[in-house]
Design a protein around this ligand. Structure first.
Ligand code: NAD
Ligand code: UDP
Length: 332
C-alpha cells in the first residue's frame, strides 16, 4: 500500500514508518514539524536504508493534502498529526480544537476529494475518562475531562458518522494506552522539548543526571503501593499494531473498528522507577509530591479484541521499554 502518515516525523509516526517500510509498504511522511525535527528523516534512512518522501505541511492545508495524496498515489492514511499535552490543552483549547478537530476535518475533506477511504486514527485511552471498571474494554463508556480528550472524542464521533454515511470507508480508531520506549537502534525515540510531562522521559532525564529527581505524583491512590498504575506499551509494538490494523482494514467488510492498543498489564510509578534503575544501572532519586490534578489511580487495557481481530499482541517487556529508552537517552 502507499500510506500517508500525517505527523509522520513525530514519536509514534516515525516508529510506524519503520514498521510499514519493513513490511514493504510505501510510506510518505507529512508533518509541519511543530513538535518534531527534520533529522528524523535522515535517521529513518539509516534504519530502513530508504529515503522516505517527506512533505512539510499542515494538516489544515487541505489543498496541499489533496496534492500530496494524488502525487504519491496514496491508498491509505494513518493520522497521527495533532497536539497531545493535556495541561497545555487546558490553557490553549482553541489551538487544540483547531489542530486536532479542524485538522481531522481537513484530512477527511482531502480524502473525500481524492476517493481515499482507508484511515487509521490515533486515539487515546483518555477517552475512557475515570474508569468505572478495569481492565478497560472497547465498550467501556467514554467521557472526557479536558480539551485534549474532548478533541479526540470529537474526532472519534466524526469518524463514526463518516463510516455510517458511506459503507465504503474502512476506519480504525486505535486507542493507545501509554506509549514508551524507543527503536532498538537508539536513533529514534521520544525527546520532548523542555521539561517532560510524561513519566518515562522524565525518569530517563533523572537517570541521565539532567534533572535532579522525579516527583512522584501521589502515593495515596488505591493501588498496591499507592502510586498511579498505567499500561505502558513499547512504541515498537504500538507501531506493529498499526500495520495489523491496516491489514485488517484491507480484509474487512465493516466500515468502522475500534481497538485498544495496550498490553493488559499495569505498572505503578515506583515499579517503573525500579525497572529503569535495573535497566540503566543508574539511581533515580524521587520525592513524593501531591497528586497531579486530573490524574486517575489506575488505567489498563483489556487487550483481547486486538488479539482476536487484528492478530496482534504486544510482546516487548517492561525491561525492553526501559533498556531502549536508556539507549536513546544515552545517545542524545
Ligand atoms: P508527537 O508530537 O511526537 O507527534 C505528532 C506529530 O504531529 C509531530 O511531529 C507534530 O509536528 C505533528 N503535527 C502536529 N500538529 C500538526 C499539524 N497541524 N499539521 C501537521 N503536523 C502536525 O506525538 P506522538 O506521541 O507521536 O502522538 C501521535 C498521535 O498519537 C497524536 O495524535 C497523539 O494525540 C496520539 N496519542 C499519543 C499518546 C502518547 O502518549 N504519545 C497517547 C495516546 C494518543
Ligand atoms: N507521574 C509522576 N511523575 C511525573 C510524571 C508522571 O508521578 O513526573 C505519574 C502520573 O501521576 C501517572 C503516571 O506517572 O500516575 C503516568 O503519567 P504520564 O503523564 O506519563 O501518563 P498519563 O497520566 O497520561 O497516563
Amino acid at each position: 500500500m502507499n500510506v500517508l502518515l500525517t505527523g509522520g516525523t513525530g514519536y509514534i509516526g516515525c516508529h510506524t514508518a519503520v514498521a510499514l517500510t519493513q513490511a514493504n509498504h510505501q510510506v510518505v511522511l507529512y508533518d509541519n514539524l511543530c513538535n518534531s525535527h527534520l533529522d528524523v528523516v535522515d535517521r529513518l534512512q539509516t534504519i530502513t536504508q530508504q529515503r522516505l518522501p517527506f512533505v512539510q505541511g499542515d494538516v489544515r492545508d487541505t489543498p496541499l493534502l489533496i496534492k500530496t495524496l494524488q502525487e504519491h498515489h496514496i491508498t491509505a492514511v494513518i493520522h497521527f498529526a495533532g497536539l497531545k499535552a493535556v495541561g497545555e490543552s487546558v490553557e490553549m483549547p482553541i489551538a487544540y480544537y483547531d489542530n486536532n478537530v479542524s485538522g481531522s476535518i481537513s484530512l477527511l475533506l482531502a480524502m473525500q476529494a481524492t476517493g481515499i477511504k482507508t484511515l487509521v486514527f490515533s486515539s487515546s485511552a483518555t477517552v475512557y475518562g475515570d474508569p468505572r471498571y478495569l481492565p478497560l474494554d472497547e465498550s467501556h463508556p467514554t467521557s472526557v475531562t479536558n480539551p485534549y480528550g474532548r478533541s479526540k472524542l470529537h474526532i472519534e464521533d466524526m469518524l463514526a458518522d463518516v463510516a455510517q454515511s458511506d459503507a465504503q470507508w474502512r476506519i480504525a480508531r486505535l486507542r493507545y494506552f501509554n506509549p514508551v520506549g524507543a527503536h532498538d537502534s537508539g536513533l529514534i525515540g521520544e525527546d520532548p522539548n523542555g521539561i517532560p510531562n510524561n513519566l518515562m522521559p522524565y525518569i530517563a532525564r533523572v537517570a541521565a543526571g539532567k534533572l535532579p529527581y522525579l516527583n512522584v505524583f501521589g502515593n495515596d491512590y488505591p493501588t498496591p503501593d499507592g502510586t498511579g498504575v498505567r499500561d505502558y506499551i513499547h512504541v515498537t509494538d504500538l507501531a506493529s499494531g498499526h500495520l495489523a490494523a491496516l491489514q485488517a482494514l484491507s480484509l474487512s467488510t465493516q466500515p468502522l473498528h475500534t481497538f485498544n492498543l495496550g498490553t493488559g498489564q499495569g505498572y505503578s510509578v515506583l515499579e517503573m522507577v525500579k525497572a529503569f534503575e535495573a535497566a540503566s544501572g543508574k539511581k533515580v532519586p524521587y520525592h513524593i509530591a501531591p497528586r497531579r490534578a486530573g490524574d486517575i489511580a489506575s488505567c489498563y487495557a483489556q487487550a483481547a479484541k486486538a488479539a482476536t481481530e487484528l492478530k496482534w499482541k504486544a510482546s516487548r517487556t517492561l525491561d525492553d521499554m526501559c533498556v531502549s529508552t536508556w539507549k536513546f537517552q544515552s545517545a542524545r
